[in-house]
Design a protein around this ligand. Sequence first.
Ligand code: BGC
Length: 416
Amino acid sequence: MMKRSKLATAVALIVAGAAATAGEVEVLHWWTSGGEAKSVGELKKIMQSKGHTWKDFAVAGGGGDAAMTVLKSRVVAGNPPAAAQIKGPAIQEWAREGVLANLDAVAKAEQWDALLPKGVADVMKFKGSYVAAPVNVHRVNWMWANSAVLKKAGVAGAPKTWDEFFAAAEKVKKAGLIPVAHGGQNWQDFTTFESVVLGVGGAKFYQDALVKLDPKALTSPTMTKALETFRKIKGYTDPAAPGRDWNLATAMVIQEKAAFQFMGDWAKGEFTAAGKVPGKDYICAAAPGTGNAYTFNVDSFAMFKLKDASAQKAQADLAAAIMGPAFQEVFNLNKGSIPVRLNMSMDKFDDCAKLSSKDFVATSKTGGLVPSVAHGMAISPAAEGAIKDAVSQFWNDDKITVAQGVQNIAKAATTK
Ligand code: BGC
């Protein structure tokens, strides 16, 4: 009798405990394209399997500018989500506001220090404590090409230099197709621009000009060459590009309307979602002149301080899930990126991801590994915004000369 009631009490306690630990996680992100939505859906599934409730807070708009604006108003109103897609130096800015939660308990239990490249771990920490969890490594300096379009135009494979690229673009144009699929937000212009700077100037120049914002590099003849090359690319885009979302530009390549797109490997998520196979239907190649370099873009979720105990538990579970091997694999298979967690098997990944993984390691040893400025990895959000605007003005207004463009960008780089 006695025994049974003890057991009943124990069971009751366990049930009550489980109920108290199930909580809600509200997650802000901007993953709304086909491939992106599939990827974030995997995180939702994992959280639901742990009994938690997923409250989706998706703010459409590639690159995340709109999401960041909405986030600010929610935090100012004292009502932050549990987690938000925040990356690079912006993590430090949010942490300085005192609004981010300390994730050290989870990080220690899950051994994050041993499972992450040190450079990545440092970005996730504020004053030595984890405040964000990384999900992946995206490579930005890719060029995507449709194999059938290249064949139709008589182009024998992906061009490796800018000269080869323009020769190929000319052939595609003559074949009556669109050489370059491009969209119409400033981050898309800058995604192309930073690949051009990297391809024209090399990794050291990229670091000096776009990361250190060295005025000498920014006003150098190499920068002039980069802007000339950048403008020349525009001549191979279609007139309907302004305002177009990045994934619709990717769709033009997928649907054999356009030959090339310069975009990070979230574009591969779109090819994958459309059932396309790399090496057969499409080609992934480093942007011309950037084969020995790698612009990285690490997505991460910063976690906000919450009051409710069950919400805190759900948040800790979210952090653990993000760094867990199951999520790192399935998410990145869909997203087009590679796991950020070290020592993961790449067996299930395609050739583009395998190349990305190989080049990530190789370039980290040669100095070719550089942060993507277009995707918030390198400089303060204020300077990044100003430079992006200057670059987009140049792209959109042919009346701005190359010399003026150089000056405008150098001036924007002084924004504090
Ligand atoms: C993010 C990617 C996202 C892309 C397009 C980038 O800044 O890092 O995760 O897929 O924007 O929305």
